[in-house]
Design a protein around this ligand. Structure first.
Ligand code: PAF
Length: 280
């Protein structure tokens, strides 16, 4: 497995692969990899001749009071996991390699204005910008994203459609700890007490799935989930919402495919979780 810090190196390596007729999968990450990322890399390895993992804590998707500085980083450990999962190249640029005097950004309306976009107003502009840059640098055939970041996945699918990127977007299922907590690099921020409290998210997901399957409207689904979270003293709801699976706009009657998504503060740590519900 190779590592590269510059765009030039990545382009040269991908050019050689292309010349040999090889297909390329990209797994964009912010590092501090866990089993969720491992599942994306494994899938990319199964479906492509070569796999590139980008490992870059992208400054433009963090708001002024967010955790850019403290975001966990461990490049050596990341490289070991990438190699084990079958990656061929890890792209680990400095922020100055990705951004110098950037005046061009990719924004997406409507889909970015609900859910996480309300408390994180510049987040998806940063995500769309860095993902577009990575798409242009790596020129993959396929790119892999986790369904835990369901709004991000919907936004990237729409961006690819709207901007005519010739890239297949592959969504991969949420990977959970044995007790149900969705894997996240931010779980490392949790104290032992908060780690237990964080289980209210996956419990709320389970409850929501039961209630929605019984044919209830959104308000009933949401109340049942909020009751579970509000019963946990360390938890504070940012949002719990039922939205249209494609445009991320709130839905009252569940007559089409929806995403039920939440963000909850456990102490100072903001965690997200979700489930999708498809109309039969
Ligand atoms: O999901 C993430 O880790 C990031 O938002 C991404 C897609 C790597 C862009 O920085």
């Amino acid at each position: 497995m190779k590592t590269a810090n510059t765009i030039k190196e990545v382009r040269a390596i991908v050019k050689e692969w292309r010349a040999s007729g090889l297909s390329v999968g990209l797994v964009p990450t912010m590092g501090f990899l866990h089993e969720g990322h491992a599942s994306l890399i494994k899938r990319a390895h199964e479906e492509n001749d070569r796999v590139v993992v980008s490992d870059f804590v992208n400054p433009t998707q963090f708001g002024p009071n967010e955790d850019l500085e403290s975001y966990p980083r461990d490049f050596d450990r990341d490289c070991k996991l990438c190699e084990e999962m079958g990656a061929d190249l890890v792209f680990h640029p400095d922020p100055s390699e990705m951004y110098h005097d950037q005046h061009t950004y990719v924004t997406i309306d409507t889909l970015s204005e609900t859910l996480c976009g309300v408390t994180r107003p510049i987040h998806f502009r940063g995500v769309c910008t860095v993902v577009s840059k990575l798409f242009n640098i790596v020129t993959p055939d396929r790119a892999y994203f986790g369904e835990k970041d369901a709004q991000q996945l919907a936004i990237i699918r729409k961006m690819v459609l709207d901007l005519n990127f010739d890239i297949e977007i592959v969504g991969c299922p949420i990977i959970r700890e044995e007790d149900g907590l969705a894997k996240s690099s931010r779980n490392t921020y949790l104290s032992a007490e908060e780690r237990k409290a964080a289980l209210c998210l996956s419990r709320a997901v389970k409850k929501g799935q039961e209630v929605i399957s019984a044919g209830c409207d959104s308000s009933v689904v949401l109340d049942s989930m909020k009751d579970i979270i509000n019963a946990e003293p360390l938890a504070k709801i940012d949002y719990v919402s039922v939205v249209d699976a494609l445009d991320m706009q709130p839905v009252e009657k569940i007559e089409k495919d929806v995403l039920v998504a939440m963000a909850v503060y456990i102490g100072k740590t903001r965690l997200i979780d979700n489930f999708s519900y498809k109309i039969k």
